[in-house]
Structures are given as structure tokens and as C-alpha cells.
Design a protein around this ligand. Structure first.
Ligand code: ARG
Length: 402
């Protein structure tokens, strides 16, 4: 066993208990490592807490820019939605955390890394697979998977060891959040028949508190990347925060989903992701105008493969490189503007335009100015329908005779 470990530290109950447990059980020096992906308001406090609990060092790294540029934007270009619903906020942050964890472990000369994931979820898979791919020489420890304590026993351990407990009965939820979305688990929502209570959401307003007038927003894209909102150029990170605020105010972006975990469990998952939902919707609308039917069809398959790969924690693979290369190539002409209407919990695309639009009014119109050659339709249909006619004559008539 190595003598030093870098622990991915969130400041929550499990990772706080883990600092003590790694010391007690494995006699390890613990370096607490916290990554800012837009998840927490108060990192200095988390750092202080780690040191108070006995970490030999506590490091906080602002990784918001890398998170957006290297993980969120590629996922948006791919329209990555797991099972067509979940924008993958948590799943996208894990490989980045794993990569940084490996970097810190090397810099600190630590032979092990640790995380606070339990043995039931997806996050353990994402951490372990990513670390294993990047640094097979490192030992991976997952105290919360090993210690076999129930939640109540963990709380009792914390109380015995003077470890402050962040979860109070006033907030019965288990939360993971970052710039791309927020996941809310536990409490009454474990019953899939129970509607998520309003207090589960902090970004998407309850319907009763949304404005009574619709609001229109315009999102500009360049090669598949959002670059401006309502005519104002913005860095992706600010743009995502802006859209989160605009769409959230109208209650857009709540997701209620029965999800299939990698570990084989079906779980009821609640998310709020106003920006992710709105931007993916806008991006898809622009693609439908600028990509051909075949490109759109393959893109859908690529998108679903990409989403599964992110969900499963297979980011650091050649498969991901290959999918990303196709997605990037497909975005060459995905440039233009989408107009959305936000109102009472829904966002609708109501307009789109692009200098590379494949929509041609002179082909589509039923009015004057029509240039479509309808005389060519007859010959086209004759050949297009030939296989169907042939098969009917030779085989289907026989089927009916039986
Ligand atoms: N079900 C989602 C996922 O697997 C969210 C998980 C939230 N993670 C957490 N540790 N609370 O990506």
C-alpha cells in the first residue's frame, strides 16, 4: 500500500468521513483535492474543512474553463442526451476530475487516488475506468464502497469523530451540480409515483412563479458552438450561465426520468438543466436546417453512442476520439441563429436562420416563384416505386393466395 493518497474531496459527508477513514484504516497521508466545475459557492470553506479533518494538504482547482471547452461543448455539439433525456452534467465532470486527480497524484508523488463514490452508482465506474485508462499504476481506493456503513452508521461515525454533517433534515436530498446541470436524488422522489416537490429545484422556477408573458431569446451558433445570446457575444461559460438564468426564470429544464444505471439498477432521477435543455434544442433546430437527411440520420446514431459512452465513463477511449471527429466534421456549416420562446415551463423553437441553410424557399413554396420541376416527379416516382411494384407482383400476391 502506498503512503500517500489524493482524495477527490467535495466537502460532503462521505468524503469528509473518508479523510479520517483513510488515515485510520490505511495509515495514509491524505491530500484533499477539490475541483471547481461550477458546483460549489464556497471552496475556501471546503479547503479549510479538509485541513481541519486532518488532510496534510488541501488543493482547490478552478477547472470551469476546461470543463466547458473540453467536455460540455463537445457534448452539446453531439446533442448528447442519455436515453434521450439526461444532458449528462455529472457524467461529463467525472473524467475531468479523474484526469486532474491523476495529475495531482503525480505531482505529489502519491501512489493512490481515492473518491467518495458508493458501490451502487455510475460515478465509481467513471472514476475507476478513467483513472485506470490514464494511470494504470495508481491504486484506486473507494472508502465509501468498502466501509459497508449505512447512511445512519456513517452519520454516527461522523458524530463520534467530530466531523460536521452537512445534510440536515431540512434538505433531505443528495445533490450533485455543475455548470451544465443539477441532479437531485433521495427523499420522497425515490417513489417514482411522487411528483418532485418544488423545493428540489433551485434554478428552474415553479410554474406558479414564472412570468405571465412569454420571452423570446436568440442564440447564435458558429460551427455548432453557441457564441451569442440576444445579439451579445459571450464566452461559452458566461453564455451557459446566462441561458440558465433566462430559461430557469420560465421554469424550463426540469427532467424526471427513470434511468438505467451502468450497474444494472433502474433509478428515478430528477435533474434541472435549463441551459443544457434549451441549447441542445436550439442546436438541433439549426442542424435540421443545415445538415442533409443522411447526415442527420447518422448524427442521431452518433449522438446516442456518444451519450452512452459519456454515461458509462468511457471518455478516455479511441471510440470517443472517433465519434468526436465525426461530430466536429459535421459542424462545419452549423452556423446561424435560433429564436426560442420561453413560457410557463417550456421552450419552443419558433425561428431559425443560417447563411448555409439548405431550406430554399423557391423550392418549398406553393406560391409564385416556385422553381421546383414537378414534371420530373412522375419519372422519379416510377423508378422509386419500382422495387415495391416488383415485389408485389412476384411475392405478395402469392402470400395472399395461401
Ligand atoms: N444519475 C446521474 C448520473 O449517473 C446523476 C448522479 C449524481 N451523482 C451523485 N453523486 N449525486 O450521472
Amino acid at each position: 500500500m502506498p503512503d500517500k493518497v489524493v482524495l477527490a474531496y467535495s466537502g460532503g459527508l462521505d468524503t469528509s468521513v473518508a479523510i479520517r477513514w483513510l488515515k485510520e484504516k490505511h495509515n495514509l497521508d491524505v491530500v484533499a483535492f477539490s475541483v471547481d466545475v461550477g458546483n460549489e459557492p464556497d471552496f475556501p470553506k471546503i479547503r479549510e474543512k479538509a485541513l481541519k479533518l486532518g488532510a496534510v494538504r488541501a488543493v482547490v482547482q478552478d477547472a470551469r474553463q476546461a470543463f466547458i471547452d473540453e467536455f460540455v461543448v463537445p457534448a452539446l455539439k453531439a446533442n448528447a442526451l442519455y436515453q434521450g433525456k439526461y444532458p449528462l452534467a455529472t457524467a461529463l465532470a467525472r473524467p475531468l476530475m479523474a484526469r486532474l486527480l491523476v495529475e495531482i497524484a503525480r505531482a505529489e508523488g502519491a501512489g493512490a487516488v481515492a473518491h467518495g463514490c458508493t458501490g451502487k452508482g455510475n460515478d465509481q465506474v467513471r472514476f475507476d475506468v478513467s483513472v485506470g485508462a490514464l494511470a494504470p499504476e495508481l491504486t484506486i481506493l473507494a472508502p465509501a464502497r468498502d466501509w459497508g456503513m449505512t447512511r445512519d452508521e456513517t452519520i454516527a461515525y461522523a458524530q463520534r469523530n467530530n466531523i460536521p454533517i452537512p445534510i440536515t433534515s431540512a434538505s433531505p436530498y443528495s445533490i450533485d451540480q455543475n455548470l451544465w446541470g443539477r441532479s437531485i436524488e433521495c427523499g420522497v422522489m425515490e417513489d417514482p409515483w411522487t411528483e418532485p416537490p418544488d423545493d428540489a429545484f433551485i434554478w428552474a422556477a415553479p410554474a406558479a412563479k414564472t412570468p405571465d408573458e412569454p420571452e423570446y431569446i436568440e442564440v447564435e451558433f458558429e460551427k455548432g458552438v453557441p457564441t451569442a445570446v440576444n445579439g451579445k457575444k459571450m464566452a461559452a461559460i458566461d453564455l451557459i450561465e446566462k441561458v440558465n438564468e433566462l430559461a430557469g426564470k420560465h421554469g424550463v429544464g426540469k427532467i424526471d426520468h427513470i434511468e438505467d444505471r451502468v450497474t444494472g439498477i433502474k433509478s428515478r432521477e430528477i435533474y434541472e438543466a435549463p441551459a443544457a435543455v434549451t441549447l441542445i434544442q436550439a442546436h438541433q433546430a439549426l442542424e435540421s436546417m443545415t445538415l442533409s437527411r443522411e447526415q442527420l440520420r447518422l448524427k442521431q446514431i452518433i449522438s446516442s453512442e456518444y451519450a452512452d459512452l459519456i454515461y458509462d465513463g468511457r471518455w478516455f477511449t479511441s471510440y470517443r476520439d472517433d465519434l468526436a471527429a465525426y461530430v466536429d466534421s459535421s459542424q462545419r456549416f452549423v452556423t446561424g441563429t435560433v429564436r426560442l420562446k420561453l413560457f410557463k415551463g417550456s421552450s419552443a423553437v419558433v425561428g431559425r436562420k443560417s447563411p448555409y441553410s439548405l431550406y430554399r424557399h423557391d423550392l418549398a413554396t406553393y406560391d409564385r416563384g416556385d422553381v421546383f420541376d414537378r414534371s420530373a416527379a412522375v419519372g422519379f416516382i416510377k423508378l422509386f416505386g419500382l422495387p415495391a411494384r416488383t415485389q408485389t407482383q412476384v411475392q405478395r400476391k402469392k402470400d395472399k393466395e395461401k
